[in-house]
Design a protein around this ligand. Structure first.
Ligand code: PGA
Length: 254
C-alpha cells in the first residue's frame, strides 16, 4: 500500500508570508517523492492562499457541521469550495477543548457526505498496565464510525496518536516505540475487521502520530504503520522532506 504522510501545521506559522514560504518549500521538496501520498493541513486563514497539487494535497485541521448559525464556524461547503480533500477530526487537542466522540461522529459523516477524506485521530491519554487504554481507543473508533458503511470506508484514514507522545510543538516529545504503534495498528484492524470484514478493513490506512521526526522515522516504520501524522516536524521543510524520503524508500523496499 502507498504510504500517507500528513503535515499538521496546527496553529502555525503566525504570519501569512511565512505560510506561503513554507508551502513553497514543501511543494519544491515533494517533487520526485514516490510511493507516498503527501498532505499538508494549514490553518484556515491560509487555505485559499496555498493550493493543493497532485503531489501535495490540501487538508484542513477541523470543520464544523450542522446547520444554523455558528459564530466562528467553518463549514464543509467552505472547505469543499477551497478544494480541500482531507479533514482531520477528533484530534486530542480538540478533544481537550470539548470535542466529544459524538461531535467526531457527526463530522465524519459530514466529511464523507461531502466527498472528502477523513483523518480520524484516536489515541489514549496514558498507557495503563491493565489495558484500559485499549478500551479508550476502541470506543473513540467505534463511535466515530457508527454510521460509516463498508463502501464509505474508502474515505477513512485512521491516525493513531497516543496523547502522551504528542510533542509540545517541536516534534520531539516522548515517542512511542514501533511496537506500540504496531500493536495498536493490529488492534484497530481487528475492530475494523469485526465490523466490515477483512477485505475492506485491511485497506484502511492506519497512521502513527506523536513526535515523529527525521531521526526516529525509520525506527517507527518498523511498526508497519501506513504512514504518519506529523506536527512539529512538518513546519521545518528539511525535516518534513527527510521524513517523506525515508518513508518512500521504505515503501519501495517492502
Ligand atoms: P507532533 O504532533 O508531531 O508535534 O507530536 C503530532 C500531532 O499532534 O498531530
Amino acid at each position: 500500500m502507498k504510504k500517507i504522510v500528513i503535515g499538521n501545521w496546527k496553529m502555525n506559522p503566525h504570519k501569512t508570508k511565512d505560510a506561503i514560504k513554507l508551502h513553497a518549500a514543501l511543494s519544491k521538496g515533494v517533487k520526485g517523492i514516490k510511493q507516498v501520498t503527501t498532505v499538508f493541513t494549514p490553518p484556515y486563514p491560509y487555505l485559499p492562499l496555498v493550493k493543493g497539487s497532485a503531489s501535495l494535497a490540501l487538508g484542513a485541521q477541523n470543520v464544523d457541521v450542522g446547520s444554523g448559525p455558528l459564530t466562528g464556524g467553518v463549514s464543509l461547503a467552505m472547505l469543499t469550495d477551497l478544494k480541500v480533500t482531507y479533514v482531520i477530526v477528533g484530534h486530542s487537542e480538540r478533544r481537550a477543548r470539548g470535542e466529544t466522540d459524538a461531535h467526531t461522529r457527526e463530522k465524519v459523516n459530514g466529511i464523507i457526505a461531502s466527498k472528502m477524506n477523513v483523518v480520524l485521530c484516536v489515541g489514549e491519554k496514558e498507557r495503563d498496565h491493565g489495558g484500559k487504554y485499549l478500551g479508550e481507543v476502541e470506543s473513540q473508533l467505534t463511535t466515530a464510525l457508527t454510521d460509516v458503511s463498508r463502501s464509505q470506508l474508502a474515505n477513512i484514514i485512521i491516525a493513531y496518536e497516543p496523547v502522551w507522545a504528542i510533542s509540545k510543538g517541536d516534534g520531539k516529545g516522548q515517542t512511542a516505540t514501533p511496537e506500540h504503534a504496531h500493536e495498536m495498528k493490529l488492534f484497530i484492524q481487528k475492530i475494523l475487521v469485526g465490523k466490515y470484514g477483512r477485505a475492506a478493513a485491511l485497506r484502511v490506512p492506519v497512521l502513527y502520530g506523536g513526535s515523529v521526526n527525521k531521526e526516529n522515522v525509520s525506527e517507527l516504520l518498523r511498526g508497519e504503520v501506513d504512514g504518519f501524522l506529523v506536527g512539529g516536524a512538518s513546519l521545518i521543510p528539511d525535516a518534513f522532506i527527510s521524513i517523506l524520503k525515508t518513508t518512500s524508500a521504505y515503501a519501495r523496499n517492502s
